[in-house]
Design a protein around this ligand. Sequence first.
Ligand code: GUN
Length: 282
Amino acid sequence: MTAQLIDGKALAAQVRAEVAARAAALTAAGRQPALAVILVGDNAASQVYVRNKVAACAHAGIRSIHETCAADLREGELLARIHALNQDPAVHGILVQLPLPPHIDAQRVIEAISPLKDVDGFHVASAGALMVGREGFRPCTPLGCMRMLDHIGMRDLRGRHAVVVGRSNIVGKPLALMLLAANATVTIAHSGTADLAATCREADVLVAAVGRPRLITGAMVKPGAVVLDVGINRLEDGRLCGDVDFETAARVAGWITPVPGGVGPMTIAMLLANTVQACARA
Ligand code: GUN
């Protein structure tokens, strides 16, 4: 391996320590940051994610309100609960864990959250604020990627080409806008892009967020590039792997994130950061 590792676990711990210090100061001033986390149904993966978020809040001194609702909860009831949390001045962030059961319109639910409490950054108002460069909450995974770039001294990306493979509303698209705001030249590619390998080889910063195990191989990486792997895929043998073939890519890249222990831990850390920010702004 020639690439240097970007240790997401260590960097996330640093972010969490910063968040804890800010949370302690707000609490001392009589305003403890609080995050409401709503889980609908019994999706096993979602239960793990929610448990991790609640535990992370506790470690950072953020109060969490964890609500679990039955899978047959009516959309109207969920919307009413969100409206009540919007009105509650002691709640600063609201997160509804996705996916929601199919009878509930997830986008309608997200739009019901006050943009002032949208710590996931999924509301159209948050997306619009990112688009036009205004203050607003940024989605946590892309924010974590930007923090990683900052950490390795790549805050300003002027003159660099960033290629984001993946076009989801919660990672690919917002990350492309953040990279653009950091002055990069940005390409959004996806699994259907013609000659994806050639496009990737143009990248000084290559981000994989498509959900395809080991799609990006070393032959697709420009020597010395920064490779951020957002993918978390479960292999048949139960092991986790990213969208990047780590072994071959690490021989070519300058910097690379592992899976697990890369971008993943940053997501929760940035959620905590957004929650403290929401409290400080309230
Ligand atoms: N499901 C998977 N990732 C996320 C996330 O970041 N936020 C929410 N609300 N649900 C998710």
